[in-house]
Design a protein around this ligand. Structure first.
Ligand code: CA
Length: 233
């Protein structure tokens, strides 16, 4: 999952970035509203964290312009502790949730994960499709109740595919959202990882959880054990 952090306080920005990378996110950062707007418009993001008090362009204005440009990924705003007007205005501008400063990182992470789940049409932190169950909090995967050991990148690919189970995800999208800019963007790497993931989830080639659509990408093909809400995405 690729997240943008727009925050002008350097220490906070660095901390957020480090903790989010630890939590498995690919992280882009911006230090003012103009940079944030540019990154928000140009990068292939899954979610954004935007501080409201920003130099050059206010956070509220960044959000309004992103939404006016039809960017629909979830946005979490950072607000001052006792400023309820900020929260209301932020939500009205198009943000999806807020965290008041100072915050515990765990709260930011829990809210981000909830926003990503809901954007994918999932109501609970455990994503279940047929016999495959992925727990987004513990970052664990089970098939028929048996734990499956995945590497970090295998897990990230599976989480991305399962969050949007039923949708076709291109190789380009997987590469852009799962790797930092400095990683060699080779779609063969994705093919190899998907191949390994298939063998781990489905050693006897019976489930066929991940479908390849020639020239288009991959789709997590097992039906969700929970109907997506009508208003999803
Ligand atoms: Ca600020």
């Amino acid at each position: 999952m690729r997240v943008l952090v727009v925050e002008d306080e350097a220490a906070l920005r660095d901390t957020l970035k480090a903790r989010l990378v630890d939590a498995g996110f690919t992280v882009d950062v911006a230090q003012d509203g103009e940079e944030g707007l540019f990154a928000g418009l140009e990068y292939p993001l899954d979610v954004a964290i935007i501080d409201l008090g920003l130099p050059k362009l206010a956070g509220l204005e960044v959000i309004r312009r992103l939404r006016a440009a039809r960017k629909s990924y979830p946005i979490l705003i950072l607000t001052a502790r006792d400023n309820w007007q900020d929260k209301v205005e932020g939500l009205q501008a198009g943000a999806d949730d807020y965290v008041a400063k100072p915050f515990h990182f765990e709260e930011v992470l829990a809210r981000l994960q909830a926003l990503l789940r809901r954007a994918g049409g999932w109501a609970t932190p455990e994503l279940k499709c047929g016999p495959v169950a992925l727990d987004t909090r513990a970052q664990t995967v089970k098939v028929d109740g048996q734990p499956v050991e995945l590497t970090t990148f295998e897990y990230r690919i599976l989480e991305h595919l399962m969050l949007r189970a039923g949708d076709v995800i291109s190789k380009a999208e997987l590469t852009e959202r799962l790797y930092d800019q400095d990683f060699e963007r080779d779609s063969n790497v994705i093919e190899v990882l998907v191949g390994r993931l298939r063998r781990k989830l489905d050693p006897h080639d019976q489930l066929r959880p991940i479908e390849t659509l020639r020239g288009r990408g991959y789709r997590f093909a097992l039906a969700r054990n929970q109907a997506p809400p009508a208003a999803a995405r």
